[in-house]
Design a protein around this ligand. Structure first.
Ligand code: CMP
Length: 150
């Protein structure tokens, strides 16, 4: 089982889109094992986007992610890193496939509404950056799975 990190950015929260995006994640079959709504400290934003430091859009990236609450999540599932990237869609909403989250819910690349880790290394780094070990629910089961002893 693979894990990934995803964050619904401030516009997703402010535009009341959280539920619809979470629904897509759940319906796909990914398990949410960590979730928190938080104002992002400047230092965390800088660490998260460290690879973009120096790029022209970097200051706006930091301003945006710190402009309101972010819903941070850890997901678990089979091939979840690439699978989630597929349902999230390309960075530029104009180029994202119709039906993807970015194509359907946002219009501006710099202010897209969701982030998803792009590799195993990024997922591990970002999960550790945003979540403490005890904030991740590692082993929960449905009542049926519990009864069956799975
Ligand atoms: P995200 O998945 O959060 O990761 C980095 C973010 O930088 C990305 O979403 C976009 O919001 C933004 N971004 C990436 N490339 C560009 C670009 N060429 N121009 C403007 N913004 C970009």
């Amino acid at each position: 089982m693979e894990r990934t990190f995803t964050a619904l950015k401030p516009d997703a929260v402010k535009r009341n889109l959280m539920g619809r995006i979470i629904q897509r994640i759940e319906e796909k079959g990914y398990k949410i094992i960590g979730m928190k709504l938080m104002d992002v400290p400047h230092e965390l934003a800088e660490k998260h986007y460290a690879e973009h430091k120096g790029k022209p859009f970097y200051p706006r990236l930091i301003d945006y992610i710190t402009s309101g609450p972010v819903l941070a999540m850890v997901l678990e599932g089979d091939n979840v890193i690439m699978g989630l990237r597929h349902i999230v869609g390309k960075t530029n909403p104009d180029e994202a496939e119709a039906g993807s989250i970015r194509a359907d819910f946002c219009t501006v690349k710099e202010y897209n509404i969701i982030h998803a880790s792009d590799s195993k290394e990024s997922a591990e780094r970002e999960i550790n950056l945003w979540f403490k070990k005890e904030e991740i629910c590692t082993d929960y089961k449905t009542a049926l799975e519990f009864l069956m002893g799975n």
